[in-house]
Design a protein around this ligand. Structure first.
Ligand code: PAF
Length: 289
């Protein structure tokens, strides 16, 4: 264990988290929360960097939440390396890691679900039944457990960010949700913990998702060709590039995720596509030119 990692408290139980954060709150210190499922990469560290810059204390959580996995295989393949994650968090000035076991989050008899209708039902909601209920249930719990002033979510999972914002607004949870821009590799591939599952051949194809999306977004913004032509053409291009299945390439409103046929308000282009057993998702802003 590195010297920095040795100094990072790792707490497993909710009572320990409450006891550790109470003195900070009493002293008037602000707390920033960075919820993660571990397998940390530069995208997570960007969230932590914002929390460290904005708040007096930064708390990270690592919990591979079984309730948000719609496929057993995805859960079993999800990468885990707490030793490495702990070192990275400590080196990036995290004050505390909350890494509970499943039984601490979902004790026997656990029977509650937090769900957000509408914004959860499109895009990922159509392909991953129950996923967002799993996300909102665990995020609601983490917010109640850590009681942060701010919580940081990546735009890489833009729909998740939108769903969490709506939950916080609807349930009057006293926290500011702070969006952080997607971090990309030099070739455009959005960072994701699942990227480690790509074979070298799949990794070579993966950046084409962002490239095709960028080109389609420019044409959508231009407004000359209808989305009804551009989106199927984009799907075809992804298929020809080597993506084995395309779940969707779709234009939606940036605020409430209403499906759009033209860019008549701030919009985002969303995609989900498979390379073998690995599913990539991405999204980019589309502003009319
Ligand atoms: O984005 C993630 O890593 C997860 O969905 C989150 C927000 C940590 C909830 O499990």
């Amino acid at each position: 264990m590195s010297a920095a990692a040795a100094l990072l408290p790792i707490l497993r139980r909710v009572e320990e988290l409450r006891a550790a954060t109470l003195p900070w709150r009493r002293a008037g210190q602000t707390i920033g929360l960075v919820p993660t499922m571990g397998a940390l990469h530069a995208g997570h560290l960007a969230l932590l960097g914002r929390a460290v810059a904005d708040c007096d204390r930064a708390v990270a959580t690592i919990f591979v939440n079984p309730k948000q996995f719609d496929r057993k295989e995805d859960l079993s393949r999800y990468p885990r390396d707490e030793t490495r994650d702990t070192r990275l968090l400590a080196e990036h000035r995290c004050d505390l890691l909350f890494a509970p076991q499943v039984e601490a989050m979902y004790p026997p008899g656990f029977a509650s679900t937090v769900g957000v209708t509408g914004v959860s039902d499109v895009l990922e909601g159509l392909y991953r039944p129950g996923h967002f209920n799993g996300v909102t249930t665990v995020v609601c719990k983490l917010l109640l457990q850590a009681q942060p002033d701010r919580a940081y979510f990546g735009e890489k999972d833009y729909q998740q960010l939108t769903v969490v914002k709506r939950m916080v607004r609807d349930l009057d949870i006293p926290v500011e949700i702070v969006p952080v821009a997607t971090v990309r590799e030099a070739d455009g591939l959005a960072l994701s913990s699942r990227n480690v599952n790509l074979t070298p051949a799949q990794r070579a194809v993966a950046p084409l998702l962002h490239r095709v999306m960028t080109e389609i977004a420019e044409e959508l913004a231009d407004g000359q060709t209808p989305a009804t032509l551009l989106l199927p053409e984009g799907q075809q291009r992804l298929g020809s590039a080597g993506f084995t299945k395309i779940d969707y390439l779709a234009l939606h409103a940036a605020d409430d995720l209403t499906p759009l046929l033209r860019v008549d308000r701030p919009a985002r282009l969303f995609a989900a596509a498979w390379l073998g057993k690995t599913r990539l998702i991405d999204n980019i802003a589309v502003e009319s030119s």
